[in-house]
Design a protein around this ligand. Structure first.
Ligand code: ADP
Ligand code: F6P
Length: 480
């Protein structure tokens, strides 16, 4: 087994298999913020990515992605149910997103979650060269930092949580809160999207583990664990260059024509997830149609909702409700050849997504809670001419950075309606100023800056941990 100086451990590999029209297996980039963000930097860095390819059963061999090696992990039926669908997405995901759906606590899931975390830790230990940096990602793998430290005390271990870390009163509901917290704090650096998360963890570490905590460091037994906010971003240069491609420009023109050249286009692009606020958005739009404040003859909605976690009951139920509602709205307000909403329940490749982003007059990103929401950043990066409006939920991590968006509380349907109308009728000069501001911000805060910032802080963390761990290691290099 070849070893690497940088190992990423994430539940999901950056590839999904998709059946080609002839039935052959094809690999494509998996939808979801984590894969998109890391895939962009690691292809050039030379690292190993330990993760799951999304299928149940044996792990299949995978091609390298540029200089990135993939180390597939197999999940059998019980593990998929107990670890991925169960504890990760039935307990932690809803709890970490403000409990917008009720989290389920199942003791059996916990045992499987622990066992799978152990297997991921063992795989990472196997592919990490002596003194390597191992970067563990997200809520699926909370226990890996501590398990890995026990197996390989020579490693520099980072953990990054892509989703929100909940307020202490919600985290305290978890029957296994002590183990989860201790597992995560096995890292040298624990990174979050927002500073509030680090504050929450410091409070919990003091209460549950008797640690001394501040918002940037926690002293736990004989170790110092650094913590901090590192808002994740996108490959801005990739999205910009995609958007300038003739194919994308032509495709955007064609989409515009097909949607109705005179119409204003409202676009949303989400994984089909109950945290994304799709139902609230549909309610707001239906009421605007009902009240005659928007008309099907001059405004159209495109809702892309890529299938996600489809074996989980809450996701299946959500899909049914959304499809019923889209059907109802189209039935009530659409006209022949002129639906109120185009609903696309399918994955798109990057170029087609870029074309969609260019087609929109208003991008509507209104999650009820979201760690970051990279779609909002992708939209901004794709707007080469500074046109277009971004309506953005206050509860998306991106809201702290994209201050020039039309920000909205998505729970407030009246406020949402009013904000959509404001964005639809905004003065082009105002829109251009807002878009230019957001584009400037993203130029300096792209995915490379994020990785550099995190990994540099991680390499400094090694110098501040206890002497028994050994001499300071240098972090991996990420291009500037
Ligand atoms: P999450 O991480 O919860 O999925 P984000 O908005 O942060 O949410 O990231 C979603 C990612 O998935 C983005 O990079 C987006 O481009 C991608 N994506 C969303 N919808 C699709 C789709 N239909 N096809 C392909 N990729 C998609
Ligand atoms: O960004 C949050 C996240 O949960 C990632 O960890 C994950 O890869 C992505 O959303 C998509 O979810 P899933 O991997 O369950 O399809």
């Amino acid at each position: 087994m070849r070893q690497s100086s940088l190992v990423v451990v994430a539940n999901r590999l950056p590839l999904d298999d998709s059946a080609a029209p002839d039935g052959a297996c094809e690999w494509r980039r998996s939808p979801g913020g984590l894969a998109g963000a890391l895939h962009a930097i690691l292809q050039q860095t030379g690292a190993t990515w330990v993760g799951w390819d999304g299928t149940v059963g044996e792990a299949r061999p995978l091609p390298d992605l540029g200089s990135l090696r993939l180390r597939p992990m197999a999940l059998d039926e019980d593990e998929t149910r107990g670890y991925y669908e169960g504890f990760a997405n039935g307990t932690l995901w809803p709890l970490y997103h403000d409990a917008v759906e009720s989290p389920v606590f199942d003791r059996g899931w916990w045992e499987t979650y622990k066992a799978v975390n152990r297997r991921f830790a063992e795989a990472a230990a196997e592919v990490a060269e002596p003194g390597a940096t191992v970067w563990v990602q997200d809520y699926h793998l909370h226990l890996v930092p501590q398990l890995l430290r026990e197996l390989r005390p020579d490693l520099l271990i980072g953990f990054f949580l892509h989703v929100p870390f909940p307020p202490p009163e919600l985290f305290m509901q978890l029957p296994r809160r002590v183990e989860l917290l201790r597992g995560m704090l096995g890292a040298d650096l624990v990174g979050f999207q927002r500073p509030q998360a680090a504050h929450n963890v410091a409070q919990l570490a003091a209460k549950l583990l008797g640690a001394q905590g501040a918002d940037d460091a926690i002293v736990l037994e004989d170790r110092v664990v650094r913590t901090g906010a590192f808002p994740v971003s996108i490959d801005v240069a990739e999205m910009r260059s995609l958007s300038a491609r003739p194919y994308v420009i032509n495709q955007a023109r064609k989409l515009r024509h097909d949607l109705g050249s005179h119409k204003r286009v409202l676009l949303s692009v989400d994984r089909l997830d109950y945290t994304k606020g799709i139902e609230h958005r549909l309610t707001a739009y239906a009421e605007l149609l009902r009240d005659g404040l928007v008309k099907v003859r001059d405004t159209v909605v495109v809702q892309v909702a890529v299938p996600s976690r489809e074996r989980v009951e809450t996701y299946r139920g959500l899909r049914d409700r959304i499809e019923r509602e889209v059907g109802r709205i189209n039935g009530e307000y659409g006209r022949v050849g002129e639906p109120a909403i185009h609903y696309l329940n399918q994955p798109f490749d990057r170029a087609d997504l870029a074309a969609l982003y260019q087609t929109a007059d208003v991008m509507v990103v209104t999650p009820l809670r979201d760690g970051m929401n990279l779609v909002a950043k992708e939209f901004v990066a794709a707007r080469r001419d500074d046109t277009g409006a971004l309506v953005l939920s206050e509860f998306a991590g991106a809201a702290a950075e994209l201050e020039d968006a039309f920000q909205v509380n998505p729970h407030d349907v009246d406020g949402l309606k009013e904000t959509l109308l404001r964005a639809l009728s905004a003065d082009p000069a105002d829109l251009a100023a807002r878009m230019a501001g957001m584009r400037r911000y993203l130029t300096d805060h792209d995915i490379h800056a994020w990785a550099r910032d995190y990994l540099t802080t991680l390499s400094f963390s090694s110098q501040s941990r206890t002497a028994s761990i050994g001499s300071a290691q240098s972090g991996p290099r990420i291009r500037s």
